[in-house]
Design a protein around this ligand. Structure first.
Ligand code: CU
Length: 485
């Protein structure tokens, strides 16, 4: 560990400020790392270009990611994987010192074909020993990459050689299997896609691959905390947190495959896609026979697994795909926040400001406004929630992305603009005439409620045809409850 570059006097002057967390974390980040070897990964949002030449398969797209280049030497497909420290941006505003591969968090996607002989050199540029485990790949035991069990650990500076023949196809993964908690929680993982040698059906029109993971990054810190057991606060798709995630794109009618992998330290994820149902067609254990597939809108992603889903993108629009565990679509500041929902904050700010200058009560109506308030967030942290959307601020962030399906896509391969809903297909404030026609008295009732000083009142317009109101609304107690909400 490097000696502290901070003098005692510096320390005490910092200790009185909120800035303390940042230099303290930097100090830890400097431990044993060689800055010259630290590249930066920001997650590409450029149109995807396969890394290598003719491949014999339709390459997968790793949004925000890359594919590991390879070359053929005497009939063997040769890769070079480099574990190393990486300065990584999770989304604009949050950068941390991680560990990854080949300058990226997570590592680049490895792609090959069933039957390939692959030779993967691993050069360890970390200050710590490591190994690489090929998760789900069928191979000889000595190539399995488990430190201490199947091999000696790869010491800093050493290059090991893994070589095996691919006997299967599917969506698999790779990750460190030495000091797993530290190394994986700092980002050391990637996807390993093996295409079938003899496909039973044509490849999908769009083939996406996404790795899910979770992190603990204290607000303002530069180093993810690998010792965290339960309270994760940054949730990512391919190492990016919305609004840092690149959208998935499809042309109307495309057959879309999304390969999902989960190597989160502790969490399973419930990945939900709007607009479609899909079928889970494969796991990292292989293809699921057609008779065993069933339609879903949410796929459960146990940690240490992959699931491959397929659907036909036949409905244009902007469709979100996100984890349905709702703390996984929040970021750092949504956690450990007092529950202030429904409090009367009148006078509270004024009472506290003499003690805490600039104090502002937040959260009395929920967290939805937290990203949109235009408030400065602490240095190197993300607002609690998402980013600007077409109509409003998007109140989800984290493990969240958007599938953009269009009749026509931009010719240059760029991401389409927001979807413009055709007339009559967009939810909007209800016109008075429609409310009247349909006997809906809510709008008028709300206005009356305020005028009467929040006293309960009849919600159902007595003049409206009774047949249109639900039986619940016609019960007096139910009316009162709704009026008070
Ligand atoms: Cu989740």
């Amino acid at each position: 560990m490097n000696p502290s570059p901070l003098s005692r006097r510096d320390f005490f002057s910092l200790a009185g400020s909120a800035a303390l967390a940042v230099p303290a974390a930097r100090l830890l980040a400097a431990d044993g790392e060689r800055p010259a070897l630290k590249p930066t990964s920001t997650g590409s949002t450029q149109p995807f270009v396969p890394a290598s030449g003719p491949s014999g398969y339709k390459p997968v797209i790793t949004p925000n990611g890359a594919t590991l280049p390879w070359k053929i030497v005497d009939g063997v497909k040769v890769f070079h994987l480099i574990p190393e420290p990486v300065t990584h941006e999770f989304a604009p505003g949050l950068v941390a010192e991680c560990w990854g591969y080949n300058g990226r968090v997570h590592g680049p996607t490895i792609e090959a074909i069933e039957g390939d002989r692959v030779r993967i050199y691993v050069t360890n540029r970390l200050a710590a020993p490591t190994t690489v485990h090929w998760h789900g790949v069928l191979l000889p035991s000595g190539m399995d990459g488990v430190g201490g069990v199947s091999q000696k650990a790869i010491q800093p500076g050493e290059t090991f050689k893994y070589e095996f023949t691919l006997r299967q196809h599917g969506t698999l993964m790779y990750h460190s299997h030495h000091d797993e908690m530290t190394q994986m929680q700092l980002g050391m993982m990637g996807l390993f896609i093996i295409h079938p040698k003899q496909p039973t059906q044509p490849p999908p029109d769009r083939d996406y691959a996404i790795m899910l993971s979770e992190w603990k990054i204290e607000v303002g810190a530069r180093r993810p905390d690998p010792n965290e057991m339960t309270d994760f606060n940054v949730f990512t798709m391919n190492g990016r947190s919305f609004p840092g995630t690149q959208a998935l794109v499809a042309k109307k009618g495309d057959r879309v495959r999304i390969r999902l992998g989960n190597l989160s330290t502790m969490s399973h994820h419930a990945i939900h896609l709007h607009g479609y149902y899909f079928k889970v067609v494969a796991t990292d254990g292989g293809e699921i026979p057609v008779a065993g597939q069933w339609p879903e809108t949410t796929v459960h992603m146990p940690t240490g697994s992959t699931r491959t889903i397929e659907f036909v993108a036949d409905e244009p629009g902007d469709w979100v795909m996100h984890c349905h565990m709702l703390h996984h679509v929040m970021t750092q500041m949504g956690h450990n926040f007092g529950n202030l929902i429904g409090i009367d904050e009148t006078g509270l700010n004024q009472a506290i400001r003499p003690l805490v200058p600039g104090y502002m009560t937040m959260g009395a109506t929920g967290m939805g406004d937290m990203g949109d308030m235009g408030m400065a967030v602490p240095p190197n942290s993300l607002p609690m929630v998402g980013g600007p959307g077409q109509y409003d601020y998007i109140t989800m962030g984290g493990m969240f992305t958007i599938l953009k399906v269009r009749e026509e896509l931009p010719a240059d391969g760029s991401e389409p603009e927001w979807y413009k809903s055709p007339p009559g297909t967009l939810a909007e404030p209800a016109p008075e005439a429609d409310l009247k026609r349909d006997g809906i008295a809510f709008a008028a009732a709300t206005a009356k409620l305020e005028a009467r000083g929040k006293k309960p009142l009849e919600l159902c317009d007595p003049a409206a045809p009774a047949g249109n109101a639900s039986p619940l609304l016609r019960q007096p107690t139910a009316r009162v409850k709704i009026a008070l909400q």
